[in-house]
Design a protein. Structure first.
Length: 180
C-alpha cells in the first residue's frame, strides 16, 4: 500500500524588504513520503523568497521529473522562472534554463558540493544561475518547529532572513553562489 503525502498548512506573513514584496500567504504544502522535512522547508523558503505573480509549487512536487519544485508562469501559461530545490542534477538545471527566462537553485545542503556537481557540466547560461544556500544549523532548528498547521513571519533585508516559525525565532544569511 502506497503512503500518501502529509499536508502542511502555512500562514505566511512575508516582508521581503530587498524586493519590496509584502504579502499574506495561505499555503498548503504536500510533503511526499520520500521528501525530507529539510527539503520541504527549503521548498517553502524558496517559494517565499521568489514570490511573484504566477508562482506555484509544481503539481508533482518532489516526484516530478518534468517540472522544478517551484515555478512561475505568466498569464499566457509560459514558464518564466524555474526554481530548483536541494541538489538538482545538471541536466535538470540545463533543461530549466532553456525553458524559462530565469533559473535559481535553493539548497539546504553543502553549497560547495552542489556547485561541484554542476560545475563543468553542460548547463545553458550557467553563469546567470544563482545557487542560494541556507545555514544547515538554521534549517535543522527550523525543521523542529514545523507542525501540520504553521504560522510564519518571514522578513528579508539585505539578504538576511529572519524567521518566526510557530514561535521559534531564527535568522540566517541567504548566501548566493554562482556556477562557473
Amino acid at each position: 500500500m502506497a503512503l500518501s503525502a502529509t499536508l502542511h498548512t502555512f500562514t505566511v506573513h512575508l516582508a521581503d524588504v530587498d524586493r519590496g514584496v509584502y504579502q499574506e500567504l495561505e499555503l498548503r504544502v504536500a510533503r511526499h513520503p520520500s521528501e525530507t522535512a529539510e527539503f520541504m522547508l527549503t521548498r517553502l523558503l524558496a517559494y517565499c523568497l521568489e514570490y511573484e505573480e504566477g508562482i506555484t509549487f509544481s503539481d508533482g512536487g518532489v516526484s516530478s521529473t518534468d517540472e522544478p519544485a517551484v515555478l512561475v508562469r505568466d498569464l499566457t501559461g509560459r514558464m518564466t522562472a524555474w526554481i530548483e530545490v536541494g541538489a538538482p542534477d545538471a541536466e535538470r538545471v540545463h533543461r530549466g534554463s532553456k525553458l524559462a527566462g530565469r533559473v535559481a537553485v535553493y539548497t539546504h545542503r553543502d553549497p560547495a558540493k552542489v556547485l561541484a556537481q554542476l560545475t563543468g557540466k553542460r548547463v545553458h547560461r550557467a553563469g546567470e544561475i544563482p545557487v542560494y544556500s541556507f545555514d544547515r544549523a538554521f534549517i535543522d532548528a527550523a525543521v523542529t518547529a514545523v507542525e501540520r498547521r504553521n504560522t510564519v513571519t518571514l522578513s528579508v533585508t539585505e539578504r538576511l532572513l529572519y524567521l518566526d516559525l510557530n514561535g521559534t525565532i531564527l535568522s540566517t544569511p541567504v548566501e548566493e553562489h554562482r556556477l562557473a
